[in-house]
Write a protein that binds this ligand. Structure first.
Ligand code: SF4
Ligand code: SF4
Length: 67
């Protein structure tokens, strides 16, 4: 359980999204194979399934993501 919590904290702290830049285009969700990011209210939101692989960071057309 503790390991799981640590993983969540790590995931939340290392993948950053600039909500000023995110247009909600959905490209990140499209390229993610583990459903680590979903759109909520027109913005990308990451969850604990994210493996921090960085694929969506490279694919975001707005450069809104940072790992
Ligand atoms: S690809 Fe970038 S701009 Fe598009 S929804 Fe994801 S974070 Fe937002
Ligand atoms: S970093 Fe990788 S695993 Fe995480 S949301 Fe982006 S594509 Fe999915």
């Amino acid at each position: 359980m503790m390991g799981q919590l640590n993983k969540v904290n790590k995931s939340l702290s290392s993948l950053r999204i600039d909500y000023e830049k995110c247009t909600g285009c959905g490209k990140c969700a499209e390229v993610c194979v583990v459903d680590g990011v979903v759109l909520e209210y027109g913005k990308a939101v990451f969850n604990i399934k994210c493996k921090e692989c960085g694929v969506c960071v490279l694919k975001c057309p707005e450069n809104a993501l940072e790992l």
